[in-house]
Design a protein around this ligand. Structure first.
Ligand code: PRT
Ligand code: ZN
Length: 302
């Protein structure tokens, strides 16, 4: 590959090995990207699109996008926010652009205290030691609440800090809460709701690159909409059309078609942008619908 060809290719930074890896690579595959892994296992070269994937530590994603080594990156909002505050403290207020949240990697950054400790609200943090891997986010939280507390930085295993006598409170990521419970800690406040997100370099890119970035963003939009959408087909009495349309979850104007030889009934087809639950089908049946079919949607573009 020549240097010019290399420069015209989009690079997207993705976590190499962790909770976001499979979801991120699956998202890109569903956008139509086929790739081969480089021998060093650090780059996946796009075979059919001018898009290469760099596999890195999740903490490195924001910096790579900021420094224009990568045009795009996928990483948790917890890491994005921590790095954004870090860059802002160094005078860089716009290190990257948040394009959109994705539909995986949901978790929350929480304050947790030992089970037996009283808790009456954020004010109780005053004068305490807080162990965390997110010192900037915690410092920002304290500043917003006008509180003075000591932030103790831990790079991992934050949940054992109180038992080691290194902190009174912790601020760490939680999804099921199992880790907190196993360590006799109690979740008391949510500091940040997090989800994986797509970020982009704010630096100008060539027209060819900009076009592909736009196409990829549109495909990601489509993939996420599709995973939340269903196609529903049913028969309905003409007289119940309005009631049935109202019951279709998250659908715009449905397609209404005549049924051969029947003046009293019509066929209705609609894309529902939410899941269609059994309860909805039961409500539709009560309203007069019959022959209902719910199908997954494979691709979508508006
Ligand atoms: O090696 P690298 O630096 O790339 O990976 P990492 O170890 O820093 O990150 P990784 O793979 O653990 O997580 C990547 C991202 O996934 C995080 O930055 C979050 O955005 C997101 N995420 C979602 C989570 C969790 N859920 C989560 N539960 N990250 C960490 N956890 C931890 C949690 O803190 C606890 O220790 O997983 C443990 C289990 O959680 P519970 O609440 O289910 O017990
Ligand atoms: Zn990490």
């Amino acid at each position: 590959m020549t240097r010019d060809e290399d420069r015209s290719r989009i690079k997207i930074a993705v976590q190499k090995s962790g909770r976001l890896t499979d979801h991120s690579l699956d998202l890109l595959a569903r956008c139509g990207l086929k790739y081969t892994k480089g021998r060093d296992q650090l780059i996946c070269y796009g075979e059919n699109l001018p898009i290469d994937v760099l596999l890195v530590r999740d903490d490195d994603v924001p910096g790579l996008v900021r420094d224009d080594v990568c045009d795009l990156g996928i990483v948790g909002m917890n890491v994005i926010e921590e790095r954004r505050l870090d860059f802002a403290a160094a005078g860089d207020d716009a290190p990257f652009t948040h394009v959109r949240d994705l539909d995986f990697g949901h978790c929350r950054l929480c304050l947790a205290v030992p089970e037996q400790m009283d808790w009456n609200g954020a004010g109780d943090l005053a004068g305490r030691r807080i162990a965390t891997s997110y010192p900037h986010i915690v410092a920002d939280y304290l500043a917003r609440h006008g509180l003075d507390a000591e932030v103790v930085e831990f790079s991992g295993a934050v949940e054992i800090a109180p038992r080691l006598g290194k902190a009174d409170v912790i601020c760490d990521l939680v999804s099921t809460g199992g880790t907190l419970r196993a360590n006799h800690l109690r979740e008391v406040e949510t500091v940040l709701e997090s989800v994986a997100a797509l970020i982009q370099t704010p630096k100008p890119v060539s027209a060819a690159k900009a076009e592909w970035i736009e196409r990829l963003k549109q495909r990601i939009e489509g993939v996420i909409q599709v995973s939340e959408s269903k196609y529903i087909m049913l028969h309905a009495p003409r007289s119940a059309l309005a009631a049935i349309t109202r019951l279709l979850p998250g659908s715009e104007a449905p397609t209404v078609m005549p049924l051969e030889g029947r003046d009293d009934k019509v066929a209705i087809h609609a894309v529902c942008r939410e899941n269609v639950f059994w309860e909805t089908l039961e409500d539709l049946k009560r309203a007069g619908a019959s022959s209902m079919l719910v199908l997954p949607v494979e691709k979508m573009m508006y």
